[in-house]
Structure formats: structure tokens, C-alpha cells
Design a protein around this ligand. Structure first.
Ligand code: ARG
Length: 461
């Protein structure tokens, strides 16, 4: 018979049993469920709602169940629907009457809300840690390649020269924001919904401050209806995961381009590449492609939960059981992607000579040519037009700004002088871009320093 059996004359249909139960996926919250129950029982005992002896036997019983689950000795049952009823049923089987008192002043609605929150709360530091490791890899690659000039692109057309170190720091800034987003999410979810009951609190003198404290929350949630119907923390978490995956996916796209023969800016390590079953020459960037592909399922999780929640009146509705699989899948996916992506970057070989070659032989220094004229007094818009004509001339004659003669330059404007060649060298173009955030050597070192101290601050915690 079900825990709720009293009101029912019939057994649940087996189809409904299967359909309704969530133990297949919520069993993974057994630790949180048991911890929540221990806190609840402890508080009930302290408040004199149940006896001290019963409290002690409930707490011992729950600890024993935890040990048995971890030792693989417990088989959860679909008949008990979810992790909450499975644990409670086990406890009652073992303790009899005392076990039946555990659920005093509690509902599965506040129970699942606290379990799920604690589960997500425990995963976030793991993800942050993985991201900090990724940041360290980016710092390492940036330091090594702070002077490796490469083309920067807009519209995937060569635009202005940057360095590989500068490029790595661009992504490091994205992941830094991701880390702080996860931290914000942790901070906002730091309120304990336990004690909200089914939806309207309890007539028992529960001490919600105490259960919050026992479970490591700063305070209890402030409204019981909101407590049991709120999944914002999970939506926020999935948003942070989605933005992170979007960053990883963009980076993956670049890695895939960079290791193509058309670019060859990098080579992935053999251990992080795969071959083809038919084409002997192939070395494929499967890791990056799979990360890019898996981004879709994480976005899917976010949309799933937003959609599940959008039409639900207060307070708990069974729809909300659909909150877990998507979050668990996003956690698994993110925790799978970040470490392998970091290792792939850590082991790649950078080809500065190919980057340099791609940055020369075109017109990547055209802005610098216009800036050269502007610095000599010509209005920038006029300089811009003049350089456009120069570029046209180069294209018509098969030259570049580096191979034009001084006479050709002077043919278009007498302002041009011998110093134009130095002004247009890649070394100058990159080295003089010293503005905050720019690719000049010292400025990139400063950017690296910011990321390093960001990582170190957190490593100390
Ligand atoms: N398995 C349920 C869930 O995950 C637990 C809460 C059930 N509450 C209820 N009133 N049926 O949402």
C-alpha cells in the first residue's frame, strides 16, 4: 500500500505507477534527501515536537540508510514513487513508529525543493573549479604566445592584427564572467525552503532558522507559497550553463577552423583527435565538434524548464517533477565538456609561423596606413578613402601595402615618407595598440595578470 493509502480504495494502476514515479532519476539526490531529513528530525527533536529518543533513532536510522545506499545494499522501488518516499518507507520498515513521525510538519513539496536546491548547490563549485582550471590553461597558452601575431577577423575577413595571447584572453574573460554568474546563482539560492510545508507552512512550532542553519543555508526562504513553487535557482543555473556552453561552442568553432589545412594555426594533440574509418589522412577535431554539438542539449534543458514552469499556478504542481532530468543532464554535459576542452587546449601545438603568414600578404594593416596619414594631419575620413584607393591599386597590380614602393605611395599622397614601412609593419601595428584591452605585449600581460589573480583569489578559498 502507498504511503497515502488511507484515502484510496484501489491500488494505483501499474501504468500510472510507472508514469508517475521519478525514482529512476531522482535517486541521485539520496544524499541531499537524507541530509534534509536528518536536519528536519533534529529540529523536530529540539523543538519538542517529537521525543529526543525518537529523534536519535530517526537520525541513526537515516545514517544507516545512507551507508547502505553508498554500499550498494539498497534497491529503490518504483512503487515508492520518488526518493523521498523511498527513504521514508525504508526508515519506517526499519524503525516502525518512530520512522512514521519523520514527516511531521513537512511535505514532499518543501522536501523536494530543498533536496533539489542542495543538489544544484553542490555541483556549482565543481563546475567553477573546472572553469578555473580552464582559465589556467588559457593563461599558460597566452603567456607562451603573447607575441604570436595572428589576424583578427570581423565577418571572418582579415581585419586587424592581434596576437594569440590576446585571443586567449578574450575567451578567458568570457569564462571569468561564467564563473561569476555561477557564483551569483549560488548566492541567490542560499535560502532554505524546508519548513514551507505543502504550501502554507505548519501549525507545528517549526524552527526554520535552525533547519536552514543545519543544512548550511544563510536563512530560510521568506514566503511558503513561493518556496515550494520556485525553481528560479535551477533556471538561473541552466542559464549560466547555457551561456557557458555558448562560449565553449564558439571557441570550438574556432578550434575546428584553426586546425583545418586552410588555417593550420594549431595542431591538436593526437590524443585529443580522432581518425577516419576510410580516409587515412584524416585527423579530426571531434572533441571540439562534440562540445559544439552538446551545446544544443544544454540550451534544450533551459527551454524545457522555462516551458515547464510558464503555466503553473501556485503552488506545487506535478509538472514540476519535470525539473530534474533536464538539470541533471545539463550538469552531466557541462561537467563532461569543460575538462576535456581544457585538456584539448592544454595539449594543442600553436603554429605562430602560420598565423604570422596569414596576417601578412593582405591588407590587415590598412587601418594603420590610414592612421599614419591621420597622425600626419590628414582628416581620418580622407585618409580612409585614400587608403581604399591604395588597396585597389595593390589588388590591380598584385601588390600589398608592404611591397608598394615609396614612389607608388607618394604618387597618391606626398605625405607618405620612408617611415611608412615601419609604421605598417605587423610588429608596429600590434605593438602600438596599447589601449586598455588591446593586443600590445604589455597590455596582454596586464590582462593575463587580471585573470591570474582572479583564479588565485578563488584557489585560496
Ligand atoms: N517527486 C516529486 C517531484 O519531483 C516530489 C514532490 C511530490 N509532491 C507532490 N505533492 N506530489 O516533484
Amino acid at each position: 500500500m502507498k504511503l497515502w493509502g488511507g484515502r484510496f480504495d484501489k491500488e494505483t494502476d501499474s501504468l500510472v505507477n510507472d508514469f508517475n514515479s521519478s525514482i529512476r532519476f531522482d535517486a541521485r539526490m539520496y544524499r541531499e534527501d537524507i541530509a534534509g531529513s536528518i536536519a528536519h528530525a533534529t529540529m523536530l527533536g529540539e523543538q519538542g515536537i517529537i521525543s529526543r529518543e525518537e529523534t536519535a533513532s530517526i537520525v541513526d536510522g537515516l545514517r544507516a540508510i545512507l551507508a547502505d545506499v553508498e554500499a550498494g545494499k539498497v534497491e529503490f522501488s518504483e512503487d515508492n514513487e520518488d526518493i523521498h518516499m523511498n527513504v521514508e518507507t525504508l526508515l519506517t520498515q526499519r524503525l516502525g513508529a518512530a520512522g512514521k513521525r519523520l514527516h511531521t510538519g513537512r511535505s514532499r513539496n518543501d522536501q523536494v525543493a530543498v533536496d533539489f536546491r542542495m543538489y544544484v548547490r553542490a555541483e556549482i563549485p565543481k563546475i567553477i573549479d573546472m572553469l578555473l582550471k580552464l582559465e589556467s590553461v588559457l593563461v599558460k597558452q597566452a603567456e607562451r604566445n603573447a607575441d604570436a601575431v595572428m589576424p583578427g577577423y570581423t565577418h571572418l575577413q582579415r581585419a586587424q592584427p592581434v596576437t594569440f595571447g590576446h585571443y586567449m584572453m578574450a575567451y578567458a574573460n568570457m569564462f571569468k564572467r561564467d564563473i561569476t554568474r555561477f557564483e551569483d546563482c549560488l548566492e541567490r539560492m542560499d535560502e532554505c525552503p524546508l519548513g514551507a510545508g505543502a504550501l502554507a507552512g505548519s501549525t507545528h512550532p517549526l524552527n526554520r532558522n535552525r533547519t536552514a542553519e543545519l543544512l548550511g543555508f544563510s536563512k530560510p526562504t521568506d514566503n511558503s507559497l513561493d518556496s515550494v513553487s520556485d525553481r528560479d535557482f535551477a533556471i538561473e543555473f541552466l542559464s549560466a550553463c547555457s551561456i557557458l556552453m555558448m562560449h565553449l561552442s564558439r571557441f570550438s568553432e574556432e578550434v575546428i577552423l584553426w586546425c583545418s589545412w586552410e588555417f593550420k594555426f594549431i595542431d591538436l594533440d593526437d590524443a585529443y583527435s580522432t581518425g577516419s574509418s576510410i580516409m587515412p589522412q584524416k585527423k579530426n577535431p571531434d572533441v571540439a565538434e562534440l562540445v559544439r554539438g552538446k551545446t544544443g542539449r544544454v540550451y534544450g534543458s533551459l527551454i524545457t524548464l522555462l516551458t515547464v514552469m510558464k503555466g503553473i499556478p501556485l503552488a506545487y504542481n506535478k509538472d514540476m517533477q519535470e525539473d530534474k532530468e533536464c538539470v541533471f543532464d545539463a550538469i552531466d554535459t557541462v561537467e563532461l565538456c569543460v575538462p576535456v576542452f581544457a585538456a584539448m587546449l592544454d595539449t594543442m601545438t600553436v603554429r605562430p609561423e602560420n598565423m604570422y603568414r596569414a596576417a601578412t600578404g593582405g591588407f590587415i594593416n590598412a587601418t594603420d596606413c590610414a592612421d599614419y596619414l591621420a597622425k600626419k594631419g590628414m582628416p581620418f575620413r580622407d585618409a580612409y578613402t585614400l587608403v581604399g584607393r591604395l588597396v585597389n591599386h595593390c589588388i590591380a597590380t598584385g601588390k600589398t601595402l608592404d611591397t608598394l614602393t615609396l614612389e607608388e605611395y607618394k604618387g597618391l599622397s606626398p605625405i607618405f615618407d620612408e617611415d611608412v614601412f615601419d609604421a605598417l609593419s605587423l610588429k608596429t601595428c600590434v605593438g602600438q595598440r596599447k589601449t586598455i584591452g588591446g593586443p600590445a605585449h604589455d597590455e596582454v600581460l596586464r590582462q593575463i595578470g587580471v585573470i591570474k589573480s582572479f583564479v588565485e583569489e578563488r584557489a585560496g578559498k
